[in-house]
Design a binder for this molecule. Structure first.
Ligand code: TXA
Ligand code: MG
Length: 317
């Protein structure tokens, strides 16, 4: 099954575009379908820690973290085994590995009985898909085949933790917060790993492009919901602008009626905001509004991942 082909699959974070990780021709199809630059390496998905050994050399920390969080939304960057093609790792001597928990992805892993490379199933630089429909919409006519597993659970991509150096480093914030990593390792991971690179630049810490998740309409970010609402009231943005508050604003807010309000959650819970974030960004963008306005959330737990994605969508990071 799968052979040299690509297939879009649900994971618990976002939909992935999967191909056999050790088959160079199949991996090439991922890069060309996504128009992804070769300096942005892929995550390799495995069933469990034992099968991860086929592609990487796990350390003690990796085993402890895999035991605690796999299957689940934690990607570990580890020294790679020579069998992993350079195209998967962009020529690095490390490989990013994770074990997804979504039953559909796990079933496919079980059937192919081999590691699967899978980036998010969207054209490069665009908002990640959290439903099968998003995959179809974002690739258009020539979309890859998609297995529909419903809306994804977390809504933001996995936490990426680099274990190849002396200190563990969070390269991308995600559903597993640094405090959870610290609980298992007994040491706090460094958060300084996020180094922005530009498309085309040969990257030492690749893939962390600042303009990612781009919306077509400009996205303006405010430090908080109250500042967003105050601004919208006092100095109304152009008619048709979309407001994306973390929760439905109070009726007493009396916002200008020509603004479209699309709350990111019904309760203000960061989990719900994360889960809906990409879908609401897409929905707002599809209306081609003159402006999209949103705001940062508290920088704790999943909030760090939400803010990271918002900042990159707004090109302010
Ligand atoms: O939740 C997820 O991680 C989703 C699902 C499909 O599993 N996948 C995902 O893949 O977000 P992608 O390709 O959109 O992001 C993977 C990122 C790359 O952009 C790169 O920053 C990082 O992983 N990465 C991959 N290999 C790496 C390596 N050897 N060293 C450092 N970063 C690496
Ligand atoms: Mg991606």
């Amino acid at each position: 099954m799968l052979e040299g082909e690509i297939l879009a699959l649900p994971t618990e974070t976002v939909y992935g575009l999967a191909a056999l990780a050790l088959n160079e021709r199949a991996v090439e199809k991922i890069f060309s379908a996504k128009r992804r630059p070769a300096n942005d390496p892929l995550i390799v998905h495995v069933s469990d820690a034992a099968s991860a050994r086929a592609v990487c050399r796990p350390c003690e920390r990796a085993f402890a973290l895999a035991e605690a969080f796999w299957p689940g939304p934690l990607t570990l960057v580890l020294p790679k085994e020579p069998c992993v093609p350079d195209s998967v790792t962009s020529g690095l001597d490390t490989v990013a590995v994770r074990s997804p928990s979504h039953p559909v992805f796990r079933e496919i892993l079980h059937r192919v009985n081999a590691p699967l490379a899978a980036p998010s199933a969207n054209p490069f630089g665009k908002v990640s898909p959290t439903t099968a429909r998003h995959v179809v919409e974002s690739f258009g006519e020539n979309h890859p085949p998609v297995l529909d597993g419903g809306k994804t659970e977390h809504g933001v991509e996995s936490t990426i933790l680099d274990l190849s150096g002396r200190v563990p480093r969070v390269l991308r914030p995600g559903p597993i917060p640094p405090s959870e990593v610290e609980r298992v390792l007994g040491e706090r991971p460094s958060l300084s790993g996020r180094r922005e690179v530009s498309a085309g630049e040969p990257a030492a810490s690749p893939g962390l492009l600042s303009s990612h998740y781009r919306t077509e309409a400009p996205l303006l970010l405010f430090p908080s919901l109250s500042e967003l609402l105050e601004q919208a009231r006092r100095n109304p943005p152009p008619p048709g602008s979309h407001l994306l508050p973390g929760e439905p604003p109070d009726a007493s807010e009396r916002l200008p009626p020509e603004l479209v309000v699309l709350p990111l959650s019904s309760t203000g819970s960061t989990r719900e905001i994360a889960k809906n974030l990409f879908a609401v960004l897409r929905q707002a963008d599809a209306a081609s509004p003159p402006l999209i306005l949103s705001h940062l959330v508290a920088e704790t737990g999943l909030g760090r991942a939400v803010n990271d994605r918002l900042r990159r969508a707004a090109r302010t990071s």
